[in-house]
Design a protein around this ligand. Sequence first.
Ligand code: SF4
Length: 420
Amino acid sequence: MPDDIEIRVLRQRSLGSARTVLAPLTGSEPVRSLYFHVPFCAHKCHYCDFYSIVDRQDRQAEFTDRLCRELDALAPLAGPLDTIFVGGGTPTLLAPHLWQQILERLADRFDLATIREGTGEFTIEANPETVTPELMRTLAAGGVNRVSVGAQSYDKRHLITLERRHDPANVARAVELARAAGIARQSVDLIFAIPGQTLEDWANDLARALALGTEHISCYALTYEPGTAMTARMARGEFAPADHDLEADLYEHTVTAVRAAGLERYEVSNFARPGAECRHNMAYWRQHDWLAAGPSASGNMGGHRWKNVPRLDEYLEGEDAGFARIVEHEPPEPRRNLAEWIMTGVRLSEGLDRAALRARAEAIEPAAVDRLDRALAGHDSHGWISDDADRLRLTDAGFLFADRVAADLMACLDPAHSLG
Ligand code: SF4
């Protein structure tokens, strides 16, 4: 019997299986990144729109067997892996012996030499409550070399608002256990612009996270995704979202504080010591290829985008030579592929290659280049674009409007677009 969380995810029409997308791509450039999704959580946080179900520990083994068969199916498309990222859900809820099974299967089917040497990256997302010495040792022995700990806030009032159930003291404990097990790299995730949060509250959260001395920190403004409990509560008037000016102040404080701690922004919400950027996420944001396994996981290869069936019961039942059923598939389309490159590239500190942007836009439609030039001139006049002749990069002021700039540039690809 599926639980109430799973019922919330509506059954979606299957579009066949990932095999129909990927089989024709066998023999093309091998993929160097792999994502897989572990769908179990102890509880559903109110802001979360990732696919997860409340874990009753009755389907973990079945899920693991099914995931391993999917990994078997995907392996022939992969080259030596540069990055693996395990998200969820709460991957650290999976029992250590099941992790052992997955890690053995990865080692058996994939080339992990780059990861073993330390130049590659193998990240697992961790909930502070579920990190144990045994699990960290198991993961480290299997090649995991980076842990991303979901702290979100140190303030119990704000954790309650988010319906996030963990003891803030366990964040430092989780980081220490990862270090003690030999997992060299750690990151901490925080959320700001929580209803009722002041600049002082946020400065305190950030200072406590930075004091852990991790090489990487992610700071996301709270968003109200459709279908989440948080959005429903806001609609009922239980609280008001943070004011835009306050949100901008919190973000500006973030940039100042992380720089003072020796980290630098490399993406609008992500900060790292030089060389400690999340390589897996950079692969996403640079629109490189990645394979995907597990319920609701999305992959990208050869310009194709696809998404696995999200519901766990359908994922477990539906199988095509190991491949998962899919509910979305977008074949290569130059306009969409360029729009996605713009959307993620504008948010990166390295920005976009200006010559490549022009060439790709011109290949779609010469008039799109004129529209881009006019849009960029407008943003330049606001002081949002740096004067780098080779790269289209945002200034500090521009980063506050990154999504607006990206949306404007993407709109320039539309022949019906008018700048007025
Ligand atoms: S633990 Fe993470 S994935 Fe699970 S419900 Fe909370 S935010 Fe979502």
